[in-house]
Design a protein around this ligand. Structure first.
Ligand SMILES: C[S@@+](CC[C@H](N)C(=O)[O-])C[C@H]1O[C@@H](n2cnc3c(N)ncnc32)[C@H](O)[C@@H]1O
Length: 372
């Protein structure tokens, strides 16, 4: 057995034992698709010992490359929208913009997609092409369409898929618009997160079909949702749980913070809650639903740490800090953001603090609602 085959086998065994890989057709597909073929351009590893998140490149044929390809980890393949491992010597400290998702999550999502033979699938976020290859192997390349926003990423995925002999329909463009030409689809799967599920995805899925996507937002909380499309043109379904996190679809990324409002100039009062609601995964999701336009930053001011929420569009802001045993909040702008956060988290706690699996998403022409 080659080293590649050995490492691949270990990964398959691990994904099976942890329950990500559950059914025979997906086990066969996962065994047939070698992940290293989709990482020939190398990847970035997180560099330790830096205040900022820094990344260093691991190029093909460098020590650790092959092992890295078969670890159950997400591997960053592009940084800051253009930079690939070949471009860098040393470290870089910018945000990742494309990656190969950890295989156990890819397979868990493909299992959750509940495909059947002959299904037409639209994938949003081709990335390296690894998940596209799995879909092609399971369903046949004629049944798979994949959309990638970034032309360079799309070109590399096309080459990698061609290298292993797979030729699905690959589209370069904004996957939030779906791909009307191939509609209706039986399934839509997104491997980037969205703030709101696009109505185009609902329109392009046949009644009874499924949309599997991560719903995220600007406070960094997210969860996987599986929606069923109904005859009346709406879609609804539960969040699936598991703390699934993906990079946001590029058109859904937050706007720059710009010039900060004057954070000293606001009304101060005691807060009924502390910033733990922003740290816990579930309550952060609840806060994000309450103030979807808010972004968070942490500032040192007057010798104390303040957690600040800023809504760039409205100019509203709230700064929360601890003073001895109590929490204080100072707010400014047209909307008292923290009042909304207190009200929404209070209602959620009052209802017994349900877990995200108890939340339901509905998408209709009027927009998206998420309720517990
Ligand atoms: C986590 S990666 C995808 C991982 C991929 N499925 C794999 O197996 O390698 C997310 C990808 O979504 C792409 N993306 C972001 N916004 C998008 C959009 N609006 N439409 C299509 N692709 C998008 C990113 O460029 C990135 O390549």
């Amino acid at each position: 057995m080659t080293e590649e085959a050995h490492l691949h086998r270990l990964l398959l065994d691990r994904m099976t034992s942890t329950g990500s890989l559950r059914t025979e057709p997906w086990k066969r597909a996962a065994a047939a698709v070698p992940r290293h073929e989709f990482l020939r351009g190398g990847f970035f590893r997180r560099a330790h010992g830096s205040d900022f998140t820094a990344w260093h490149p691991v190029r093909r044929a460098e020590p650790g490359w092959l092992e890295g390809c078969y670890t159950d980890e997400s591997l960053v393949t592009q940084i800051a929208g253009t930079i690939v491992p070949e471009d860098i010597r040393g470290r870089i400290t910018r945000e990742p913009t494309s990656s190969s998702t950890l295989p156990s999550l890819v397979l868990r999502m493909l299992e959750d997609l509940q495909v059947e033979d002959g299904h037409q699938v639209l994938e949003i976020g081709t990335g390296t092409g690894y998940s596209t290859a799995l879909l092609c192997t399971r369903l046949g390349e004629d049944n798979v369409t994949s959309v990638e926003y970034d032309p360079d990423v799309a070109a590399r995925a096309r080459a990698a898929l061609g290298h292993v002999g797979l030729y699905p329909t690959l589209v370069t463009g904004d996957g939030l618009l779906g791909h009307g030409e191939g509609a209706p689809y039986d399934r839509i799967i997104a491997t980037c997160a969205v703030r709101t599920v696009p109505t185009q995805w609902v329109e392009q899925t046949r009644p009874g079909g499924l949309i599997l996507t991560t719903i995220g937002g600007w406070l960094g909380a997210s969860e996987l949702a599986r929606l069923t499309v109904h005859e009346d043109g709406t879609a609804s379904g539960p969040l699936l749980g598991g703390g699934v996190n993906f990079m946001l679809a590029r058109p859904h990324l937050p706007p720059p913070l710009g010039l900060l409002p004057d954070l000293g100039d606001g009304k101060e009062r005691e807060s009924t809650i502390g910033t733990e609601v922003l740290d816990d995964w579930t309550s952060r999701f609840v806060v994000q639903l309450a103030v979807p336009g808010a972004q968070r930053l942490t500032l040192e001011r007057d010798g104390r740490t303040e957690d600040v929420l800023v809504d760039v569009e409205t100019g509203s802001w709230a700064a929360v800090y601890q003073d001895g045993g109590r929490w204080l909040v100072r707010q400014g702008g047209p909307q008292p953001l923290w009042d909304t956060v207190e009200e929404q988290t209070g209602r959620w706690s009052g209802d017994g603090a349900p877990s995200l699996e108890k939340f339901t998403v509905t998408v209709a022409a009027e927009g998206q609602t998420i309720r517990w």
